[in-house]
Design a protein around this ligand. Structure first.
Ligand SMILES: [Zn+2]
Length: 233
């Protein structure tokens, strides 16, 4: 025969199992990369791309300016080299030189702007990298602690399962099926303790005869209101 006390002990195991399973699911939901980590990494990638793009532009502009500088040097050579004597020709070279110098000035101004833009982009990249490193550090620590908790909960669950099978040993089928039905129907508590004449499952005041019957322990006695199996200590 299975007693209310035995079923109550089984219920304690089942309630502990339920809460361990819930805890384990919560921990497992938190394992893996967080949104914060993913977006911090994306920001680093974007910042790096932006800096690279500006560097490419700077390089092109550098080459461009160099080309104008070379042309300027050629014209200067002709103008001041003494080989050209014709005043009209010299006048044309002078005009070319002025135009090239204007072009070069503009290109050098743009180049300076791009260099400043690159400084900003590199500072932003550095900042994003520092933020990512900080987020990664705390994420790693958190994941390690979650893994520890997961392992502990799994161990607890295995112990509870072993305990449950020990408790089931020798229980009769009818009592167990009553327990399971009530557990499902009554939010996981199939067994209620009686305290000061009250069923602790539904708070109803129980008739004396029921309490005496439950105390005698001749068989399982159920609450007249909530039907839970009564345990009188
Ligand atoms: Zn009750």
């Amino acid at each position: 025969m299975t007693t209310a006390a035995e079923l109550f002990a089984l219920q304690e195991t089942d309630l502990a199992t339920d809460s361990t399973v819930t805890g384990l699911a919560e921990v497992e939901a938190q394992l893996g990369e967080t949104e914060e980590l993913v977006s911090a990494r994306e920001l680093v990638d974007q910042s790096r791309e932006r800096a690279k793009e500006i560097q490419r532009r700077q390089k092109e502009m550098d080459l461009d300016a160099e080309e104008v500088r070379e042309k300027t040097a050629v014209i200067e050579g002709k103008l001041y080299g003494g080989s050209v004597k014709n005043p009209k020709e010299l006048e044309d070279f002078q005009a070319d030189l002025t135009s090239l110098q204007t072009q070069l000035g503009k290109r050098e101004d743009s180049l300076l702007e791009v260099m400043l833009e690159l400084d900003d982009a590199e500072a932003a990249l550095k900042e994003a990298e520092v933020a990512l490193a900080r987020i990664e550090d705390s994420w790693k620590a958190e994941q390690a602690s979650l893994s520890d908790t997961q392992a502990t909960l799994k161990e607890e669950l295995a112990e509870l399962q072993a305990e449950r099978s020990r408790q089931l040993d020798g229980m009769d089928r009818a009592s167990l099926s009553l327990y399971e039905i009530l557990r499902e129907r009554r939010q996981s508590t199939a067994v209620a303790v009686v305290e000061r004449g009250l069923c602790q499952g539904c708070r109803i005041s129980l008739p004396m005869s029921i309490i005496q019957k439950a105390r005698a322990g001749a068989g399982l006695v159920q609450c007249v209101s909530c039907e839970r199996i009564l345990l009188v200590n």
